[in-house]
Write a protein that binds this ligand. Structure first.
Ligand code: FMN
Length: 164
């Protein structure tokens, strides 16, 4: 089986999850940035990862998926600065799910990642009070993604490939 792991990652969190997933795969496999791909042709299983940006999927990943994921077998992996149990995370994940409508969605993984100093500074200047409040909570994200999250990502990869 030919498996793809492709990601969008500005500050490295989603890339860490991509590397963890990739390390668990056996058989023919490819790891790359989503921007390097024209489409998803030739892969039987595609792990696609991106961060949450302004309460929904990263816009580049969303546009790519809406254009190319139809009838493909997709597993999503997503990082965000909010803790996994924050009340509005399920709503953001639903927006990610909507971006792959038409695909066979075989699984979804999400976890908290560290909010970089640069991004926190950027969010603190936002007009949106919720984004500003994320900027203020950088301290609570320090040290993420930790090993427990990476192990969850590896377990996710094993579970999806066994299913596939
Ligand atoms: C413009 C912008 C908006 C963001 N909006 C959110 C958000 O709505 N919710 C959230 O939890 N994190 C938000 N984040 C934080 C990122 O999702 C988080 O830091 C993610 O792990 C970054 O992934 P990366 O390191 O792979 O780029 C935002 C980041 C940026 C740059």
């Amino acid at each position: 089986m030919r498996t793809l792991v492709a990601y969008v990652s500005q500050t490295g969190n989603t890339k860490k999850v991509a590397d963890a997933i990739y390390s668990e795969l056996t058989g023919e496999k490819t790891l790359c940035e989503l921007s390097e791909l024209d489409d998803l042709e030739g892969y039987e299983l595609c792990f696609i990862g991106f961060p949450i940006i302004a309460f929904g999927p990263n816009p580049d990943a969303k546009a790519f998926l809406e254009a190319h994921c139809s009838d493909k077998r997709i597993a999503l992996f997503i990082t965000h600065a909010a803790p996994e149990d924050q009340d509005d995370v399920p709503e953001w994940l639903n927006k990610c799910r909507a971006a792959v409508e038409g695909a066979e969605l075989v699984g979804m993984f999400d976890c908290q990642g560290e909010l970089s100093e640069t991004i926190a500074g950027f969010l603190l200047k936002s007009d949106n009070p919720m984004l500003r409040s994320f900027g203020e909570r950088r301290g609570a994200t320090l040290g993420q993604l930790d090993e427990s999250r990476l192990e969850r990502a590896r377990a996710f990869a094993r579970e999806i490939t066994e299913k596939a």
